[in-house]
Design a protein around this ligand. Sequence first.
Ligand code: NAD
Length: 309
Amino acid sequence: MTTYALIGAAGYIAPRHMRAMADTGGKLALAYDPNDSVGIMDSHFPDAEFFTEFELFDRHVGALQRDGKKIDYMTICSPNYLHDAHCRFALRSGVDAICEKPLVLNPGDIDGLAAIERDTGRRISTILQLRLHPAIIALRNRFANSQKRHKVELTYITSRGRWYHTSWKGAEERSGGVATNIGVHFFDMLSFVFGPASRNEAHLRAAERAAGSLECERADVSWFLSLDRNDLPESVKGKKTTYRSITVDGEEVEFSEGFTDLHTRSYEEIIAGRGFRLDEVRPSIDIVSTFRNAPIVRSNGVHAFAQKA
Ligand code: NAD
């Protein structure tokens, strides 16, 4: 049976990991979160140990390892800026890591993690669940060998309340900002389907929204992301809180369904030795890090929503 430890057990995404562990026949042995709102653990793993102090969690991980009660994976669901440190902790404890997105905030951190992978012989896999979405796989199959350049427009509006800006998610140094925290899935998907980006232009960078354009190997991309429900198109305002649209050469890519069990699919792949590793993460981390530091200009491919903003 695959045995897990979990960091960040009280948060929004942790239950999806617990379900993925259970769905794939695994067991959560212990978990840690400074916040003790973890009653959700009873749904799958009532016997798991739980710690609110890192030192006691560390001690228990060490004790299990010494007693030969092997932990196979340490799952990391903590705030983005802590992923790097928590991955190091997992590997130094002799345990492979499964880390939520974005793996790290800057490309230089990937080099550091690669060095620890080499030193410890352990590995890090990250959650990039869109790569496992059937519609995205179909898109990649369709465009991976395309000989022409395509025009892609990405619009993603996902309403968040005021709490977002009080939490770590609203602090750029902790989450990376909107483009990193919300956008990294899409930038990974775009480079997965259309190849890595060579030009990366920033058009808009604010607490609530971000926009820019990318020149990928096989596509010119204009993108717009927002957390503000006022940006929702009139057609969905008052009916939905999220609007997602991706067009390729003017044709809408349909992928509104099929999101529910992608964490379980991610675990199946990781357990089978096909997790997404450091090199696969790098293109999207390069994109978000470059965007964060780029000057605001409006030369190429400005998204219509960004022109209004
Ligand atoms: P959250 O704020 O709901 O949960 C984060 C948890 O980490 C909280 O319970 C918090 O108490 C805990 N925490 C804070 N400091 C900690 C520390 N020092 N050590 C250990 N735990 C600590 O956030 P969330 O939405 O669950 O996001 C968690 C991670 O999952 C983030 O990296 C986020 O980007 C990612 N995420 C991924 C997806 C996806 O679709 N793959 C969706 C949402 C979030």
